[in-house]
Design a protein around this ligand. Sequence first.
Ligand code: HEM
Length: 225
Amino acid sequence: MQMLQSSVGRKLVMAVTGFVLVSFVIVHLLGNSSVFVGANGLNAYAEHLHALGPLVWVFRLVMLAVFALHIAIGIQLTLENRAARPIDYNQKKNLRTSFGAETMIFTGLAILAFVVYHLFHFTMHVTNPEISASALPVDALGRADVFSMVVLSFQKFFISLVYVGAMVTVLLHLSHGIQSLFQTLGCLTANTLPVMEKIGRAAAIVIFVGFISIPVSILLGLIKV
Ligand code: HEM
């Protein structure tokens, strides 16, 4: 806990928790891509996850702690930085920054709002109970029909729009976040920094395209129940 008392320590915790969260997002994207295989792909993947039993809850609690730390320290660092800002925000011109870097706190809070909605939608089946895996009949192999839940959800234009909008905030957050975490972890030198900025942005774009390809393919009728 002493680590959280220095601002270097807090940045380090931001980087490590950020790394864990990006890793989760990449694994989640790979798992979700099984929707392109059809019901057999996504339902089998969801069943394997749920079969992990108590391990799923250990994983969820660890991820919750990581997410909560990342958010709490992110808010604290932003407030500290604002208080210490030597010049008026409007006059700041020459500092090397980007839109993604300047909006980290806003895109971060938007992602928090999205994750809360997402859990109510696909995990707790609260927002659209009529097309949730707990209301739909099981599939031909007796598994919860997560595939139909996802397809019927994204066939609703407004739900797809919310997801695509949320993925834009993920794109902005990661386009600065990936490069920043490697910089904090001390992996970057003056020479490698510009390269890593490009790799970070490219990775954020790949993650964005990967996620939005799901609602977009469903809206276009390429994936159907
Ligand atoms: C098109 C985009 C996405 C789709 C289709 C999708 C799909 C799903 C589905 C179907 C579940 C429920 C799995 C189950 O209980 O069987 C789920 C859970 C979850 N998703 Fe997503 N997801 C998307 C984007 C995201 C993003 C961008 C994040 C994080 C920023 C995220 C974070 C989570 C979390 C934290 C859970 C709960 C995992 C658990 O139950 O332990 N998802 N997602």
